[in-house]
Design a binder for this molecule. Structure first.
Ligand code: ZN
Ligand code: ZN
Length: 255
């Protein structure tokens, strides 16, 4: 009997659904196996025996269902849909990052490091709503497996009432088409351009931070629905979506 640590659960022994003994399951049951053989010896066409004999056959590769694409005949590990999705997503993100870097390099007037925005509104403080006005500056751009549309990172330069410099994101397309004040999460009014370039490291441009195999999109989560090919992936793949310099510049609103 092995020792179990506090907080660990004892592994449950399987209980056979046919003979009710523990230690094996129905597909390995010696009692069931014997019964099938007896009945087939008596009648080779015994429907019950043939049915259970079929069910006791070890599952072959052809019977397995892929948890990623839900097709039979292979597993997640060798799934070609998953492999091609990963190749697609890598290209999507890496080319997207290069395009973003090019736009930032050539157009610091559109999006620059330290561009200022003001967030204005009301917040609940000490039992009443009070007006607040908080300046934010841009600090970078995000595009990765958790954020499949480019986001601009912003950080408040004045601490909130808890002494914290709040951080947030706003979609890049909103910065470019000047609709940051429509964003549902953080309403920002443009308040000044820095003219400084946002720059990116070589390793970010190469995507060194992206671990496709380990990401939940491809590794899969615990629940069955989290193992499936996700909408965020197949909607991009099916539309052959991409982010390039021209598509980013198309979002720019003049004036
Ligand atoms: Zn049994
Ligand atoms: Zn598959």
């Amino acid at each position: 009997m092995p020792a179990y640590h506090f907080g660990e659960r004892m592994p449950r022994k399987p209980r056979c659904g046919y003979c009710r003994q523990t230690g094996h399951n129905r597909t390995k049951c010696p009692v069931l196996k014997k019964r099938i053989e007896e009945r087939l010896a008596n009648d080779p066409n015994d429907w019950w025996a043939l049915h259970h004999k079929e069910r006791m056959k070890p599952k072959t590769k052809a019977d397995r269902t892929c948890s990623y694409c839900n097709q039979k005949g292979h597993t997640r590990r060798t799934c070609e849909v998953k492999t091609s999705d990963m190749v697609f997503m890598k290209k999507y993100i890496i080319e997207g990052r290069k395009a973003l870097a090019k736009v930032c390099d050539e157009h610091p007037e559109l999006i620059g490091k330290g561009d200022m925005f003001v967030s204005q509104g009301q917040e609940w403080v000490g039992g009443e709503y009070v007006d607040y006005k908080r300046p934010y500056i841009t600090t970078g751009i995000i595009l990765d497996l958790d954020h499949l549309v480019p986001l601009v990172k912003v950080r408040s330069i004045i601490p909130n009432r808890h002494g914290i410099l709040e951080e947030g994101t706003v979609q890049l397309v909103r910065v470019l088409d000047k609709t940051t004040d429509h964003d549902w999460s953080l309403r920002l009014q443009p308040a000044g351009k820095s003219g400084k370039r946002l720059t990116f490291s070589e390793s970010w441009l190469r995507g060194d931070d992206l671990d496709f195999e380990k990401h939940v999109l491809f590794k899969g989560g615990k629940a069955k629905r989290d193992k499936r090919r996700q909408y965020s992936v197949y909607s991009l793949v099916d539309h052959n979506a991409y982010i390039d310099y021209e598509s980013i510049m198309k979002a720019v609103k003049d004036g």
